[in-house]
Design a binder for this molecule. Structure first.
Ligand code: KIV
Length: 267
């Protein structure tokens, strides 16, 4: 049975009609399939996979080829949701040519419907170029983890008036350049509200309060698979504990000969 795919137009209509957008990250086939079957609107193959899948300190080490691999397996699992691939550090900042070539690979080879890039006014010219090639672009401002060293750590962005002004201008510049949606990360709730009200494209927040047009979380965090304890993350499950208990039971049953019993054996 064919399903109606979530499109750029549908996401903009959702903002206009006041319907909230639910987005989660995924990095593998099984998880992406569950999210899609549950009705998530956007599956983001985030470069956070560098942290939660590869065990790195930052998002900087993950490569285009690694992101392509994960995007490919996620896209295979998803029928309805929009699949967005995060473009990793230095895959788009160096030149327009790099940006188009690498972004194109995510659509052409991996089956994504859009890409996400970090930054405001300074990358607006790249957004314009990508959009002119038919590549839908999701923006990302506020805390931009690829600039963690320049920002001086993972912190709330937009407390000071100067930063607030910059973020508002960045959001407008990204809209003008053709972004279809903007992620707002670690931004005070009132500023996220102002930004959301000042652009016609949807905003999706993470650590940006309740006034955005949608929300996104890293799936490993919200499922309780990671040990991190961020204030903006709500844990909807405690899978680490559940997995550990299941493995403990298995070890126990193997060691005492309870598994496999007759019902799990062949005569
Ligand atoms: O990489 C990622 O998971 C992200 C989200 C936090 C928005 O960029």
């Amino acid at each position: 049975m064919s399903v109606k795919k979530v499109t750029v137009r549908e996401l903009i209509k959702m903002k206009q009609e006041g319907r909230k957008i639910a987005m989660l990250t995924a990095y593998d086939y099984a998880t992406a399939k569950i999210l899609d079957e549950a009705g998530i609107d956007i599956v983001l193959v985030g470069d956070s996979l560098s942290n939660v899948f590869q065990g790195n300190e930052t998002t900087l080490p993950v490569t285009v080829d690694e992101m392509l691999y994960h995007t490919k397996v996620v896209a295979k699992a998803v029928n309805r949701a929009m699949v967005v691939a995060d473009m990793p550090f230095l895959s788009y900042q160096v030149s327009k040519k790099d940006a188009v070539y690498n972004a194109g690979r995510f659509l052409k080879e991996a089956g994504a419907q859009a890409v996400k890039i970090e930054g405001g006014r300074k990358i607006a010219h790249l957004v314009e170029r990508l959009v002119s090639c038919g590549i839908p672009v999701m923006g990302h401002i506020g805390l931009t983890p690829q600039s963690v060293h320049a920002l001086g750590g993972y912190r709330l962005v937009g407390r000071e008036e100067e930063e607030q002004k910059t973020l508002l201008e960045d959001a407008k510049a990204l809209e003008k350049a053709g972004c279809f949606l903007i992620v707002l990360e670690m931004v005070p709730a009132q500023l996220a509200k102002r930004i959301t009200e000042s652009v016609n494209i949807p905003t999706v927040g993470i650590g940006a309060g309740p006034h955005c047009d949608g929300q996104v979380l890293v799936v490993n965090d919200m499922l309780g698979l990671t040990d991190t304890n961020y204030r903006f993350v709500k844990r909807y499950a405690n899978l680490k504990e559940e997995i550990k208990n299941a493995v403990l039971s298995y070890i126990d049953e193997v060691r005492n000969g309870e598994f496999p019993d007759a019902s799990h054996s062949f005569n």
